[in-house]
Design a protein around this ligand. Structure first.
Ligand SMILES: Nc1nc2c(c(=O)[nH]1)N[C@H]1C(S)=C(S)[C@@H](COP(=O)(O)OP(=O)(O)OC[C@H]3O[C@@H](n4cnc5c(=O)[nH]c(N)nc54)[C@H](O)[C@@H]3O)O[C@H]1N2
Ligand SMILES: Nc1nc2c(c(=O)[nH]1)N[C@H]1C(S)=C(S)[C@@H](COP(=O)(O)OP(=O)(O)OC[C@H]3O[C@@H](n4cnc5c(=O)[nH]c(N)nc54)[C@H](O)[C@@H]3O)O[C@H]1N2
Ligand code: SF4
Ligand SMILES: [Mo]
Length: 673
């Protein structure tokens, strides 16, 4: 960069798949980052970043960062660094050969959640001219909850996060913000200090539940019944906001009939929560106003996720907590997601061939006309993060050509024929959206990429050149390209973003205060014909036991429900390689109730095996007095050689609604090796 010896402070933003999307101020001297802090002008993240954010100072120059293209050795063992020409020649020969033999769909293109930038859309300059690859649809993360919210309220929006401070009761459902949204946790504790009640519904005990006034521990996958049971108590106690419902909602009467199928006794039996605890929570939730229900992503990682989320999402409507300060339904806030795609060559005619992303390992070998023979993975580590690791690895190992673009030699990169070195967040300007706060932020460039590293945008351009494709889409000023992606008439936001986070037109501090909902009926939908039409589910929220739950036949052999959740110091398989993180990272041990361990002859510190009919892993036993009996837990995300391959155990099936993954519907047995 210019001004090599001056000290400069540059405003940028963390693009991780993380609720917080923190604004950051980075101080650079002599082409190096010398310090990094939070952007005080982002009101939601309030001048702070987490340890992961701070550790970028180490991450950009980490000794294991990939700085040149790598090619797998012909004996299959390890990689040689090569130049870009050689790498692109090899990849071009492979991709064009396969295209000639089988057509474009013989190649899979897949992007993970490694970097939430907007420029990644430019990959389609290449793929649209290539003719359209096989792709994945749906998502590993949050789609069932997104669609449940959209079906109910019409859109995924919620109040400004700082209004959490104005709540009198905060109900956290399947959400662990002390680990996964540290800024939200601060706001919750502020509210609690002012007298708010904090209740958490989570089968595990976590740092979040430690701070709670009430903690209910359901059997995983029974939240739909719990929500309907709570609704039934609200009705019985006269705590429904009938005036609000009359004015805003459709299908209330049939839903009230449905919830009467879940009286407290039956709800207690299904969920495994004592009746009096359910009653206490229901009465408090219905009596304190404003009440804020924050649902996480943890309760929608099973096959009935969509229907369960619809039932949970209706509670704020039943109590008239929609459209009010300090209250509401909070799941995901897509207020900043109004960007337009960049100009692209026309997409090829015909239907895109795609599979639900969670089915990666099963879907690839199923194709034969044409077969998938090559894959390109970017910002993704499916060998660690996709369910069904054994199948994923088999499918990838069978490919003629596997290209992985990453900063580090991940489990997936290790399987590649070519690994291309990826930039970090500091090395290219981009616009970053968020999913918790409403701000759009500019990720200003801070450093030039080190070594031979090129941005993905450059890689796609070079590949287009190799193929003789039109490259004009990459020409011109990058700023102007970013500006063209802002909504019509809002281009000057780009300059504003240099000095502060911005919001798009129409962003509201309190959402739905006009009680106009962009659903089919224009009202809050307790009954959704759209849900039935699109997803083939009951138009009313409904509950069924999980196909792989405690009442299933599988439970006779594998009686423990395995949850594999997130940890504060890492994002999935990222950050664990850094020394700043290693010092505080928690071990991937088996959290198990001492009674469940004892009945299997296992003691604290023992090596245990955990298995089901999909796989087997070894983990060290850790007695957890706070976890629900019948539930076990290991932190997800594999980044050290001795971390367990947890997704060997998970199933690659999809959620009832919107093509999600079912990581937390995973029965196992545990024993001595
Ligand atoms: N530090 C850190 N932060 C992150 C991430 C990270 O990897 N690290 N990842 C980001 C991403 S991609 C995501 S998706 C979010 C996820 O963040 P969260 O919404 O917090 O989701 P999870 O951690 O998947 O699950 C939250 C809780 O749900 C509980 N749970 C599991 N099954 C059930 C159930 O059936 N019912 C109920 N009531 N509870 C259940 C789990 O025990 C867990 O404590 O976090 C984001 N933030
Ligand atoms: N068992 C179990 N599995 C899970 C989950 C679970 O709860 N339990 N959670 C699921 C969820 S919620 C999610 S969101 C997924 C996440 O799945 P992934 O998105 O595959 O997960 P990450 O480990 O974050 O991998 C992202 C990769 O992107 C790379 N990367 C970072 N920045 C860039 C960049 O700018 N360019 C390129 N090319 N690469 C970059 C990182 O080095 C990393 O290797 O995992 C899912 N898997
Ligand atoms: S990982 Fe999340 S909390 Fe940490 S700096 Fe990035 S956005 Fe903020
Ligand atoms: Mo996620």
């Amino acid at each position: 960069m210019d001004h090599m010896d001056e000290e400069r402070i540059i405003r940028t933003v963390c693009p991780r798949n993380c609720y917080c999307t923190c604004g950051m101020l980075v101080t650079v001297r002599d082409g190096r980052i010398i310090s990094l802090e939070g952007d005080p002008l982002n009101p939601a993240t309030d001048g702070k970043v987490c340890l992961k954010g701070l550790s970028y100072v180490e991450r950009v120059g980490a000794p294991d960062r990939i700085l040149t293209p790598l090619r797998r050795r012909s004996d299959g063992d390890g990689f040689d660094p090569i130049g870009w020409d050689e790498a692109l020649d090899g990849i071009t020969a492979g991709l064009s050969g396969l295209r000639e033999r089988y057509g474009p769909r013989a190649t899979l293109f897949y992007e993970g959640s490694g970097n939430h930038g907007s420029l990644s859309a430019l990959s389609d300059v290449f793929w649209n001219q290539y003719g359209g690859p096989t792709r994945a649809h749906g998502d590993l993360c949050w789609p069932a909850g997104l669609e449940a919210t959209r079906l109910t309220y019409g859109d995924n929006l919620h109040n400004h996060p700082v209004l959490t401070r104005e709540s009198r009761l905060i109900l956290l459902w399947g959400h662990n913000p002390a680990e996964t949204n540290v800024h939200q946790m601060r706001l919750i504790l502020d509210a609690q200090e002012k007298g708010a009640i904090v209740a958490v519904i989570d089968p595990r005990s976590t740092d979040t539940t430690d701070a709670a006034d009430l903690h209910l521990q359901p059997r995983p996958g029974t939240d739909g019944a719990l929500a309907m049971g709570i609704a039934a108590i609200l009705e019985e106690e006269g705590l429904l906001d009938r005036v609000f419902l009359e004015k805003t909602s459709v299908g209330v009467e049939p839903y009230l009939e449905r919830i009467r199928e879940y009286p407290p006794g039956r709800t207690a039996e299904i969920t495994g929560i004592p009746e009096e605890d359910i009653r206490e929570l229901a009465i408090r939730y219905g009596s304190f106003r404003p009440a804020l229900l924050i649902a996480g992503f943890g309760l929608q990682r099973h096959r009935h996720a969509g229907q369960a989320m619809r039932a949970v999402a209706l509670l704020p409507a039943l109590t008239g907590n929609i459209g009010v300060r300090g209250g509401g339904w909070q799941y995901a806030n897509l207020a900043s997601h109004g960007l337009r795609p960049p100009p692209l060559p026309p997409a090829p005619d015909g239907e895109v061939r795609s599979f639900p992303t969670s089915r990666l390992g099963s879907a690839l070998p199923e194709y034969d006309d044409p077969p998938v023979r090559a894959a390109w993975f970017e910002k993704a580590n499916p060998v660690s993060q996709h369910p069904g690791t054994a199948r994923v690895r088999e499918a990838l190992a069978d490919l003629e050509l596997l290209v992985v673009v990453d900063q580090f030699l991940t489990d997936t990169a290790r399987m590649a024929h070519y690994v291309l070195p990826a930039k970090t967040l500091f090395e290219e300007e981009d616009i970053v959206t968020a999913y918790w706060h409403p701000y759009l932020q500019l990720r200003q460039k801070v450093l030039d990429p080190p070594g031979e590293v090129k941005t993905e945008t450059e890689i796609w351009e070079l590949l287009c050149k190799r193929f003789g494709y039109d490259t004009r889409w990459f020409d011109g000023d990058r700023r102007e390209l970013l500006r063209s992606m802002l909504p019509e008439g809002e281009g000057d936001l780009l300059e504003q973003m240099e000095s502060q986070p911005v919001t798009l037109k129409g962003t509201e501090e309190v959402v739905w205060s006009d009680v106009r909902f962009p659903t089919r009926s224009g009202r809050i939908e307790f009954v959704s014909d759209e849900a039935a039409e699109l997803w083939g589910v009951d138009p009313l929220p409904s509950f069924d036991h999980l196909p792989e739950g405690h009442t299933s036949e599988t439970a006779a052999m594998f009686p423990l429900q395995l949850l594999t959740c997130k940890t504060r110091e890492r994002i999935h398989s990222q950050f664990g390689n850094l020394s700043w993180i290693k010092g505080v990272d928690r071990p991937r041990q088996l959290d198990i109730h001492p009674e469940d361990a004892g009945s299997r002859g296992l003691c604290e510190g023992d090596l245990a095996v955990m298995w089901n009919d999909r796989g087997r892993v070894e983990v060290e036993v850790h007695f957890d007095h706070g976890i629900r009996r019948g539930v076990v837990h290991v932190i997800e995300g594999r980044c050290q050689p001795d971390d367990p391959w947890l997704n060997l155990l998970t199933a690659d099936v999809v959620t009832d609604i919107n093509h999600g993954a079912t990581f937390y519907e995973c029965l196992v047995e545990v024993g001595s090796p």
